[in-house]
Design a protein around this ligand. Structure first.
Ligand code: ASP
Length: 445
């Protein structure tokens, strides 16, 4: 015990802020577990920390739209001739979908054999199921966004300015990809526009540096509130389900990605994970891939040695569309609920679940709990659950979602960085010396 305290103190005294974030996560989790929240009667401390955490998330979330638009546009316009862009785009999408497919199959296999939902009797009365319906009324009201067609329609914005104003990231990405592709075709005439977005990008990244000054209290507050809301009771009942998801996430991170990184890019995964460690801490603290984007962009360019051209093309697209952690979470959760309600699933239905989970993960925005909301698409899509079972099931999962959200967001960020590294290696735009040696690594947060 004494040794652990010594190590923590040594880390805390270190000058690097990411160690402070790491400590803030541990301290927040411990404090939250010891001071659980009574939803009916929250203390002043809980309320203050909840405001601090939300303010931190809002500060980074406010940068998502300008950052995604500017970095994606710069990335697209610098990619060169159209055919090359197309080829790289196809390779990126193939990797995105390929990894999500592997994630889905892996999650289905684990959940099928582990049967986390069988023989579980959960006392739903003890769970705070108001949280979900209060924060996400759309889950229990309008069904429009929860259908497969609704999700596909949402890819194309009717009005890009409306999508911008509403922070609807998936349609924004689709529009910016087209806009950026057109910019690179137009060439010289579009140059002032690109220069404008280069300035927007530089200014936004400066604000990111300022916002990151609040990362330690922000992450502490977020972890504290998450742990205080989780409560130990819920965890015990849901343990097998949580364990299945964590196993899937670990297998992907420690086995699948390392193999692909080595085979396709000759990169040691430890080097890459070390280079993006700060982004991973921010992902864990905020549970938002979009909010983490500024930090992952900086880590990939300044530490992992991936060119700006590749990073600013792959990462913003990946942060909203490529979500392996979310696929694992959704496949496991739907199968868990089916087991809980005694709904038998045949192979055909399991394949449909995997397919719908990939679509739902692409459609999920990189914000907290997005994966839980788009999961309604699968629950409704396979047509086996009663509406009441969908509502209660989602509320049940909501009770333990925060910690799972934090974990799957880390994986969602790793997978974008893995794809960016593979594509950069392929294009000869990976600075291997910088990545492997750690020399010249800048501190990001
Ligand atoms: N919070 C996740 C992310 O931002 C999305 C999800 O809820 O699965 O990547």
């Amino acid at each position: 015990m004494r040794n652990i305290i010594m190590i923590l103190v040594a880390l805390g005294l270190g000058t690097k802020r990411h160690w402070h974030i790491f400590l803030a996560i541990i301290a927040g989790a411990v404090a939250g577990f010891y001071l659980p929240l009574d939803p009916a009667n929250p203390s002043v401390g809980h309320e203050v920390l909840s405001v601090v955490g939300q303010l931190f998330i809002r500060m980074i979330a406010m940068l998502a739209v300008p950052l995604i638009m500017s970095s994606l546009l710069i990335g697209m316009s610098s990619l060169g001739d159209g055919r090359h862009v197309g080829k790289m785009g196809v390779r990126m999408i193939t990797l995105f979908i390929g990894f999500m497919l592997i994630s889905g199959v892996m999650a289905a296999t684990i959940t099928y054999f582990a049967q986390p939902g069988s023989n579980v009797s959960l006392d739903i009365a003890h769970l705070d199921i108001r949280g979900l319906t209060e924060e996400h009324p759309e889950v229990v009201s309008s069904a429009e966004d929860r259908t497969l067609t609704g999700l596909i329609m949402n890819l194309v914005p009717k009005n890009p300015f409306q999508a911008l104003a509403q922070g609807n990231l998936v349609p924004i990405i689709v529009f910016t990809l087209l806009f950026g592709a057109a910019t690179s075709f137009i060439g010289e005439t579009a140059r002032p526009l690109v220069a404008f977005f280069e300035a927007v990008f530089a200014v936004t990244m400066k604000i990111v540096d300022w916002v990151m000054l609040f990362s330690v209290p922000g992450v502490f507050a977020l972890t504290f509130v998450a742990a205080a809301q989780g409560g130990l009771y819920t965890f015990t009942g849901m343990m097998p389900y949580v364990a299945c998801i964590i196993t899937g996430l670990l297998l992907l991170t420690l086995v699948v990605f390392p193999v692909f990184l080595w085979v396709m890019a000759r990169v040691n995964f430890m080097d890459l994970y070390g280079a993006i460690s700060e982004a991973l801490l921010v992902a864990f603290g905020t549970a938002s891939s979009s909010a983490t984007l500024p930090v992952s962009l900086a880590c990939m360019e300044r530490r992992a040695g991936v060119s700006n051209r590749i990073a600013s093309f792959v990462l913003p697209t990946g942060a909203t569309m490529n979500m392996n952690g979310t696929t694992i979470f959704e496949v496991t959760s739907v199968m868990f609920l089916a087991q809980l309600y005694g709904i038998p699933l045949n192979l055909e239905t399991i394949i449909t679940i995997i397919f719908l989970a990939i679509v739902a993960s692409i459609g999920a925005a990189g914000v907290p709990s997005a994966g839980l909301i788009t999961m309604a698409v699968i629950l409704n899509g396979i047509g086996r659950f009663e509406p009441q079972q969908v509502a209660v099931g989602l509320s049940l999962l909501w009770a333990v979602d925060r910690i799972l959200d934090m974990a799957r967001t880390v994986v969602n960020v790793i997978d974008d960085c893995v794809v960016a590294t593979i594509i950069a290696a392929d294009e000869g735009e990976l600075n291997r010396d910088m990545l492997a040696s750690g020399e010249g690594w800048e501190e990001i947060v």
